[in-house]
Write a protein that binds this ligand. Sequence first.
Ligand code: CAA
Length: 378
Amino acid sequence: MNFQLSEEHEQLREMIRDFAINEVAPTAAERDENEEFDRAIFDKMAELGLTGIPWPEEYGGAGFDYLAYVIAVEELSRVCASTGVTLSAHTSLAGWPIFKFGTEEQKQKYLRPMAEGKHIGAYGLTEPGSGSDAGGMKTYAKRDGDDYILNGSKIFITNGGVADTYVVFAVTDPEAKNSTSAFIVEAGFEGFSVGKKEKKLGIRSSPTTEIIFDNCRVPKENLLGAEGEGFKIAMTTLDGGRNGIAAQAVGIAQGALDAAVDYAKERVQFGKPITANQGVSFKLADMATQIEASRLLTYQAAWLESNSLPYGKASAMAKLMAGDTAMQVTTEAVQIFGGYGYTKDYPVERYMRDAKITQIYEGTQEIQRLVISRMLTK
Ligand code: CAA
């Protein structure tokens, strides 16, 4: 057993940390305030080879592993959780299913430009009436000659409106049990449009929108996997995606802890720094311990996936633990900052707002418990 990161992973972390501090952090608060997505940041990530970290070079990727990918999401989220989830949804939710289930043509046509950062990817599963019950979707794909005609809508789509390529799920045979299929939909397809953009509590510089299919014609070449295989594709995609969110949560929590430690060392009350009070220093100790445990689960799940070992349960555990850690740690960070922490003069209120979503998306914490307990008992 070796808990040390390789030299390549350490170098990658240094490079991304440098980029995050110098290029992402300076505008994070302003982008949050203005709910503004900055494509230039994504383009810079592409230049650094971050938009296709785990994909082989033959598909435009960096040929690295899933551990490298979660390190990237963690480091970005440490300064800006919105930038972290942009990369996470692009890589785990859109790139992964094309890499795993796509034909060679689909990989060259869609995965390559995504890996090279020329295109942004998104994933469309959730509908107004089907969130946790993902199998209850209503979007319908009707076969029509060499095409499918999609009708329906998806909500809460990360990268909605800025993505070029959407991996979406629709029912192809309403009568059959295994009737869900996956499709690759281009933003420019006729009948595809972007609907309402959500106004959110956190991750405000990551756009979240509705996407609408109004007789959207999708060529049969864009069916991803076999007809009826869609639910399995959606679920296995989330198995890995959840670890990307765990990494995002670890990054948010670490960012909040860093800020809290710096502040607590400087802040003097009753004639001494507040770290002299165990009420504060023990909080910091608990925060650091929770983060380290979450990080280990997250890295373990990434390691399992990189080594082609089962990782679904580990990934759900990582997301469960890290999501709760992010919420607790950021709440404590605001507490340590006191009244200042409640203002926008310091970043901890943003971290706290950003943390909440990690307990909700890519499966609520309750769904993670369902996934874990089913795997324990099946
Ligand atoms: N891998 C492979 N196959 C799987 C699977 C997995 N992880 N999970 C389920 N399946 C298969 C089952 O084996 C079963 O196959 P058979 O019919 O052949 O037996 C089939 O799928 C149905 O499985 P279940 O009976 O377990 O399905 P269910 O209806 O009870 O639902 C669930 C299971 C785990 C609750 C699922 O609906 C779920 O994960 N819900 C949460 C949805 C979610 O996470 N949404 C997130 C949206 S994306 C997002 O948030 C993105 C973002 O913004 C960044």
